[in-house]
Design a protein around this ligand. Structure first.
Ligand SMILES: [Zn+2]
Ligand SMILES: [Zn+2]
Length: 359
């Protein structure tokens, strides 16, 4: 399996972002991403998918970057705005189904796509007249997964006043701490009920323009987001350079949960692995493996950090300041790993793996 770094969920001028697809590809290349997935609101932008190359300074990695296009669909007539769904790989625009979340999810499958509940918990930020746009239609079935960590939702949790907003606009590295607890708990509940739910991390980058009195700047530029919450994806072979082959590998992996959510700002998470070995087979994140005879779970990290192993929402082991650990699982359940490390004076979430389903 080959690891690639993908940033997904972002907006251009086709909806409420300030940049173009080219700006995004340029920022992605500068930050060393392998791929980005642009998801404008209620529109499937055609004709921009592909590999982008720019002549950058030789000090910067200059490999091409793959830009893919999905959509973020929601009912624009609904007030307040809730139930945003990230849709990837669908062959058509689906905004016409947005008023019924279940019909929308069914439509995604009919169109050959996969879908993720965007910012499941997204609090209001009254100082900026931002409303709560959480997901409310939890009765739905058939969604591929959830956006466990959304950069913008987290920002809304730390800006009770305009002054806080101004501080974080200049010092955005202090924002990221961990996914919103309610979303983590929701995920664990879904997993404990026996469902397969893939977690992804999204930036929700808009590169917004902010004006506060004499202050004016682009806050949270794409480049900043691309260094923070990413989704690391495991594909069966390195990217080939052929758009349709690579697109299929990425979406197959996301659909199967062969990925982890990473906060790459404190240190790159490239190299994290979470694998399982059973009596007769082995597994990676997203896979199922029989419990019979015991399953050895193995975690390894690129740098030492605090590791927690969680089964169906309950912590079954912690290993502090470790590079690796192994644990023999004898009970069935969805096993996932959380890793934290200290950064800028706080313990912050670094890695949230997808589960290995021991059955
Ligand atoms: Zn949204
Ligand atoms: Zn969005």
């Amino acid at each position: 399996m080959h690891e690639i770094v993908v940033n997904l969920h972002m907006h251009t001028r086709y909806s409420d972002g300030s940049g173009t697809h080219k700006d995004i590809a340029h920022a992605a290349m500068k930050t060393g991403l392998d791929a980005v997935i642009v998801t404008d609101h209620n529109v499937l932008v055609q004709g921009v998918e592909g590999y982008y190359r720019f002549g950058l300074s030789s000090r910067i990695r200059t490999g091409p970057v793959l830009l893919l296009v999905g959509q973020e669909v929601h009912d624009q007539d609904r007030d307040p705005q809730k139930n945003h769904l990230l849709v990837f790989n669908a062959n058509r625009e689906l905004a016409s189904l947005a008023d019924d979340p279940q019909a929308l999810i069914n439509g995604v499958h009919e169109a050959g796509g996969i879908c993720f509940i965007a910012h499941p918990k997204d609090p209001e930020a009254p100082a900026f007249k931002e409303t709560d746009i959480s997901w409310e239609a939890w009765e739905v079935e058939g969604f591929t997964g959830i956006e466990l960590w959304n950069g913008l939702s987290e920002l809304k949790t730390v800006i009770p006043t305009k002054l806080h907003g101004a501080f974080y606009a200049y010092f955005p590295q202090f924002i990221g701490q961990r996914p919103i607890l309610e979303t983590l708990n929701r995920w664990d509940e879904l997993l404990a009920s026996g469902r397969r739910v893939v977690a992804i991390g999204g930036s929700d980058a808009h590169a917004m323009h902010m004006r506060m009195g004499p202050l004016q700047r682009v806050i949270f530029p794409y480049e900043f987001h691309f260094r923070t919450v990413n989704t690391h994806v495991f594909i069966p072979q390195p990217l080939t350079g052929d758009v349709s082959t690579d697109k299929k590998m990425i979406y197959d992996a996301l659909g199967a949960g062969r990925c982890f959510v990473a906060y790459d700002l404190p240190a790159s998470t490239r190299g994290f692995r979470f694998n399982a070995k059973g009596r007769e087979q082995s597994a990676i994140m997203g896979d199922e493996i029989p419990v019979k005879g015991g399953v050895t779970l193995q975690v390894s990290l690129p740098k030492p950090a605090d590791i927690r192993l969680i089964r169906d929402g309950r912590v079954v082991g912690t290993w502090n300041q470790s590079y690796a650990y192994t644990h023999i699982a004898t009970e069935p359940g969805a096993y996932r790993v959380e890793v934290e490390r200290n950064y800028l004076g706080l313990k912050r979430g670094w890695i949230y793996s997808n589960p290995i389903y021991v059955r």
